[in-house]
Design a protein around this ligand. Sequence first.
Ligand code: SIN
Length: 284
Amino acid sequence: MATNSYQHIDVRPIAGACGAEIHGVDVNNLSDAVFAEIRAAWNEHLVIFFRKQSLDDEQLKAFGQRFAPLFRHPNFVPQDDQPEIVRVYTGPEDQRIVGEDWHADTTCMPEPPSAAVLYAVEVPPTGGDTLFANQYLAYETLSDSLRGVLDGMQSFHSDIRVAGPRAKARLSGRTSVSRYDDEWQATEAMHPVVRTHPETGRRGLFVNASYTQYFENMTEDESKPLLQFLESHATRPEMTCRFRWEKGSVAVWDNRCVMHIAMHDYKGHWRKMHRVQMVGDRPV
Ligand code: SIN
């Protein structure tokens, strides 16, 4: 569906590469016809945003479940009786934050989440934006030759950089705590470097700095230069959009075709977000 052909929603792209604000809806009250258009807009723009929403925990979970069943994160320690909700909180003194490197979420899983909904509860006066990068565009703007090489490759993903004893955030202040305990075991999976989206049929890059360790049948040292090139290419400014949060804003990103990064440029302030993720399928 093209941006100008929606009947029930007002879709306003925020950048050339990806991202659109959707106006004229209350996400707590969506008919099937309205949700079908939201899903079409999501497939078209990859990450969609709503403003001035009000979501308690049950409403956040219900909205997420419109996209797919809820996913339970393997590494966040639940702070309350809502294990499917991750409280992405940054305190005024925090040195590290959730999502501080470009990544797709939880790609260490054999079936990584398909999507996430992030809801802003408290935002700093300035800063704390989130950037998103279109991984279809990243793939499509590579040379034919490199695309041909990548099409046949697999890469190994693990969560050892984000949880467990080797995690960067383990020894420094971070309000949202991951599992660093002795019983923690790494979650690992091999995925295609280029995946085909199950809904749109489009191909996109599927490697990221937080989880991808190396290419199949190559060492980490051999893999590093190509991984670094792909990361810098895939996050060039023209692949991205940047979202300025307000209290009550909601983002829904497609984890199969976008990467994202959170800005930590609001020292001295709180930022409080509630996130649910939705299950996905095995990348092909
Ligand atoms: C995340 O990586 O899911 C967190 C994004 C954000 O807090 O903006």
